[in-house]
Design a protein around this ligand. Structure first.
Ligand code: NAP
Length: 522
């Protein structure tokens, strides 16, 4: 069986014990094993600080952008191999795998372009500055400079390649070396993606290290200049960010956690309209893509009371067309859940939802999958529920079932009622609104806009190009308040500034502007 290795201190590290098995979720056959035992995490940080940081900081944004361009290219060239690894370890169909793999190389390419735009600078000045006294004698200006530490990236199991690439793109462009740690159970494609980048000899020594398995005492060693960027469940996030040393050193910590995203149908949307068609298509895609294992998947579907029956019928009809099974079988359109633990959690989660909702479609339980032996594989059919009393349906607003599961919530059509219901989720990554009525959206935003990091508007106007609410595009923000972690990733420069220190430079205008210019030019 393949043993995954970590890349630390400039060499590949193979553990001798402590292995966690990685399996094919369609067949439950083992595909690899991973362990980080024996790694000296002090050496990992020293290697990044002594080698990677100085080398990256010596480069301009344009030069770092070139590194990202080459990384993107290297991953694109191995796309088919990565898709295959994603299939055998994540259980993804080709389309679902591409969402991760192509999304990862695309995000690197976007940040490569941003680096080119930022040009021959090593720091960024914000705005033109401001007078702080009666004249130009005392002047202030903000500068963004790379932090002199290490960016530690901990990723969730569902996006092994994109998770690595989107975080690494921002940190490397800012000038910080990266230590990346994929979720162990699905580390196969992530480990190979890092190996591809390292083998291509693109990055300076120490700019990128890989941990497969546990992070040992790495997080205990982080200090004031380091950045911890975490993606995963809200429970793990809480336990990580409340560590004493991180709090004491004010280590910058960005969290992308779970989210009970809602898709809301406006009362103006009529049968047969392009907006209704977009809503139905998006909801089904956002429930079933990656078998519902997306932090941005739709978990709650709000429909006006008068149209709820038609919406449920249409959704149930489309979900019944989904073919669940082993993605090796060409007829399959939705793969299994990624691990036995995810399957168990999804079954338990639907049982909890059923305390305040009833089943409309699916079983909420494991099924056999097309193309896999009976009894094998972590298959779970698309499952739609309805809560008749949405305000009282506590579990629906609190329990993220990380699978192809959503609950329909009838409401009275008023944007304020919809906003109040959506906000019960406690902070979302994305809320999608389907309506052609901008005033309705305005009222929704006024009441509940601050409850989500992103609002996706599905309308007749956006229908021709709207890609679905689940896609986190690098140009706009990914993250959300409250339960969603309170983090901010991507969003163009926003994602890069996570890895930079903003400092206010104060002094005479002449000196401030001269220094700001010199800092920018490096
Ligand atoms: P998880 O169990 O919280 O694990 C996430 C990561 O944290 C894994 O790499 C895991 O490593 C690591 N980890 C766990 N305990 C740790 C510790 N004590 N020290 C250091 N690392 C630790 O989450 P998951 O099951 O992989 O992912 C599913 C969740 O992620 C869902 O709730 C989903 O909503 C959320 N998610 C959010 C986003 C977003 O962008 N907001 C994106 C994707 C997923 P091991 O695998 O080695 O345990």
């Amino acid at each position: 069986m393949k043993t995954l290795k970590s890349y630390v201190g400039g060499r590949w590290h193979e553990a001798k014990s402590g292995f966690v098995p990685l399996v094919d979720p369609s067949t439950e056959e083992p595909v690899a094993q991973a362990s980080s035992e024996g790694i000296d995490f002090g050496e990992v940080l020293a290697w990044a600080n002594d080698k990677g940081g100085p080398a990256l900081r010596a480069m301009t944004f344009a030069e770092r952008g070139k590194l990202l361009k080459a990384m993107s290219q290297a991953l694109r060239e191995k796309r088919d191999e990565l898709l295959e690894l994603s299939r055998i370890n994540n259980g993804t169909t080709k389309g679902d795998g591409a969402f991760d793999v192509v999304g990862g190389s695309g995000t690197l390419a976007y940040y490569a372009g941003l680096g080119e735009q930022l040009g021959d600078r090593r720091a960024l000045a914000e705005g033109e500055g401001v007078s702080l006294g009666r004249s130009d004698a005392f002047w202030g200006r903000h500068l963004l400079v790379p932090r002199h530490g290490v960016a530690v990236h901990i990723n969730a199991f569902n996006f092994p390649v994109w998770g690595f690439a989107e975080k690494a793109a921002c940190a490397l462009l800012a000038g910080m070396p990266v230590v990346t740690k994929p979720a162990t159970a699905t580390a196969l494609a992530a480990a190979r993606a890092v190996e591809i980048v390292l083998a291509a000899g693109i990055l300076p020594e120490g700019a990128l290290q890989l941990i497969v398995g546990s992070t040992g005492d790495l997080l205990d060693r982080l200090g004031p200049q380091d950045v911890l960027a975490f993606t995963g469940s809200a429970d793990t996030a809480l336990s990580l960010k409340s560590r004493g040393n991180l709090l004491a050193a004010c280590t910058r910590t960005n969290v992308e956690a779970d989210s009970l995203n809602a898709a809301v149908l406006g009362p103006d949307v009529v049968a047969g309209s392009p907006t209704l068609e977009l809503f139905l298509k998006d909801v089904v895609r956002e429930m079933t893509q990656k078998t519902g294992q997306k932090c941005t998947a739709v978990r709650r579907v709000l429909a006006p009371r008068e149209s709820v029956a038609a919406v449920e019928e249409a959704l149930a009809g489309r979900l019944s067309q989904v073919v669940t099974g082993n993605p090796a079988d060409p007829s399959v359109t939705m793969g299994p859940l990624a691990t036995a633990q995810q399957l168990e959690d999804a079954e338990r989660g639907v049982a909890e939802l059923r305390e305040s909702a009833r089943l409309l479609a699916g079983t909420g339980k494991r099924s056999d999958g097309v193309g896999s032996p009976a009894g094998k594989g972590f298959f779970f059919p698309p499952t739609l529920l309805r809560a008749d009393d949405p305000l009282a349906a506590n579990a629906v607003h609190r329990r993220e079932v990380f699978g192809p599961v959503a609950t329909v919530l009838p409401y009275d059509g008023a944007p304020e009622s919809a906003a109040d219901l959506v906000a019960l989720g406690g902070g979302m990554l994305v809320t999608s609104l389907y309506t052609d009525d901008a005033d309705w959206v305005g009222r929704f935003l006024a009441r509940g806009g601050s409850a989500a990091g992103r609002v996706y508007l599905g309308s007749q106007g956006s229908a021709p190009e709207a890609p679905g609410s689940g896609i986190a595009l690098p140009q706009t923000l990914h993250g959300g308040p409250g339960r969603a972690g309170g983090g901010e990733e991507l969003g163009g420069l926003v994602g890069v500034t996570l890895y930079m220190q903003r400092l206010a430079l104060q002094g005479s205008r002449e000196m401030v502007d001269q220094l700001a210019g010199a800092q920018q030019a490096g």
